[in-house]
Structures are given as C-alpha cells and as structure tokens.
Write a protein that binds this ligand. Structure first.
Ligand SMILES: [Fe+2]
Length: 251
C-alpha cells in the first residue's frame, strides 16, 4: 500500500484512539455523560462570488495573430487564477464580497493589494477578450470615433503608434489603454493589473480599448518581440465593441 493511502488510515486510527481515550477518561467521572461522537463533515464550501465566463469565441479564432495555446493558457490558467484568488479573498472578507468588480476597482486603496491585483486582473481580461473578435465580427471604427481620433491624434496611424509606444515602454508587465476622459481620447499605460478605472490610477478615464502586454499574452508566439505583437494585434481588434464603448463614454 502506498504511503499516500496509508496516511488517512493512520490519521483515522489516531483519531479513534484519541476519542477512545477521551471517552475512558470522562467515564471515570460519575456526573459525566458519554462524549459526542466525532463528526467528520467537511466545512461548507464558500459560495463563488465572481464567475468567469467562457471565451466569447473559439480559442483558435484569433489565429494566426494570437495562437490557440496562448489563448487557452491565458484564459484557462492566468485569468482563472485571478478569479479564484478574488473569490478566496471574498470568502473571508464580507466587505469585498458585497461589491461588484467595478466597485472594487473604485475602492482599491481601502483593501489589501490582493484586491487591486485580482479585481484588476479579472476586469482587465474580461475587457480584453471582448476587445478582440474573429474576422467576421471585427467591423471598423465608426465615423464618430474616427473624427475623435483625428481630432486628438491627427489620424488612426498616429493613434496606433502612440498606443504601441505606451505598450512597448511599459516596463515589466502591464497594459496599454485608449480611454475617454473629458470627452477626449487619451492614451495611457498601467503597471501590473491596474487600469484607468481604479481610484489609484494616475490617468483616469473610461477605457474603450486595451492591450495586455504581460509576457503571458504573447511570449509563446512572439517570444521577446513585444513590439511585433503590439503591431499585429490591431488586426484582431473588435471595432464593433470599441464603437459601442466610445458611444457610451461620450454620453
Ligand atoms: Fe493577461
């Protein structure tokens, strides 16, 4: 019998011996009643507060720009781990558990760093999956969005160049963002899993487009060539979704 199989048996024997000894000792006292039988019921599992949605498309739908394995690891391991960690925090912190992810982002300063990192990761990746789409669902920038891009950056290519520079120069891990602030478009980047919705963000605003520049987002296919990933990523942007976000942010 393997050691792993023996461990529960040994533990059970030890528990039984301890219970017998306790019962014997108590039985020597005339007024004592029989000890309650030990219960082996496991503690109830904490309810899952935050639920990760499946990818909104097949994991190979963004090939060849983003490969299937990267998408599966990114969504199924990295993003899932952030959901799991945030749920673990919520299970022991009622103040966290009563808030939506968006409310947590607006209140990161009052919570331990785990909330900032994992609520950020949860929200950023949900936003990121929807920022991309298969070829037949990507659309194009709306006229309203194009006019705003021209007004604030001079043109689409200039906007992309500034965005890519923000992503390429973000030291370590983080995100590049296109946000609406005071009815204008602004480009910024954040470290780790921070985002422009957070109370602690240097540049606040309503994100309408964001790219993940953590190595886990591109390293399998692009290795250390973050700049190449940033450039090619534009080919999978879901402009239909970006247009909707832009319209909502400009109201
Ligand atoms: Fe990521």
């Amino acid at each position: 019998m393997k050691i792993q199989m023996l461990k529960p048996l040994v533990a059970a024997c030890a528990l039984g011996a301890a219970a017998l000894w306790a019962g014997y000792a108590i039985s020597q006292t005339p007024a004592a009643t029989a000890p309650a039988a030990p219960t082996a019921s496991a503690p109830a599992a904490a309810p899952v507060r935050y639920v990760q949605a499946p990818l909104p498309y097949a994991s190979d739908a963004l090939e060849p720009i983003i490969d299937k394995m990267t998408m599966e690891l990114h969504h199924g391991r990295h993003h899932k781990a952030q959901y799991d960690a945030l749920n673990a925090i919520a299970a022991t912190n009622p103040e966290v558990a009563k808030m939506s992810v968006e409310e947590l982002l607006a209140n990161t300063a009052k919570f331990p760093p785990g909330v900032r990192n994992n609520a950020g990761g949860v929200w950023n990746h949900d936003f990121f999956w929807a920022t991309m789409a298969p070829a037949d669902k990507r659309g194009a920038p709306s006229t309203a969005l194009l006019l705003r891009i021209v007004a604030d950056f001079g043109g689409v290519e200039a906007m992309k160049t500034q965005f890519n520079t923000a992503g390429a120069t973000r030291f370590g891990s983080g995100w590049a963002w296109l946000v609406v602030r005071d009815k204008k478009l602004v480009i910024t980047s954040t470290p780790n899993q921070d985002n422009p919705l957070m109370d602690i963000a240097e540049t606040k605003g309503a994100p309408i487009l964001g790219n993940d520049v953590w190595e886990h987002a591109y390293y399998l296919k692009y290795n250390n060539r973050r700049g190449e990933y940033l450039t090619k990523w534009w080919d999978v942007v879901n402009w239909n979704e970006v247009n909707k976000r832009f319209d909502a942010a400009m109201k």
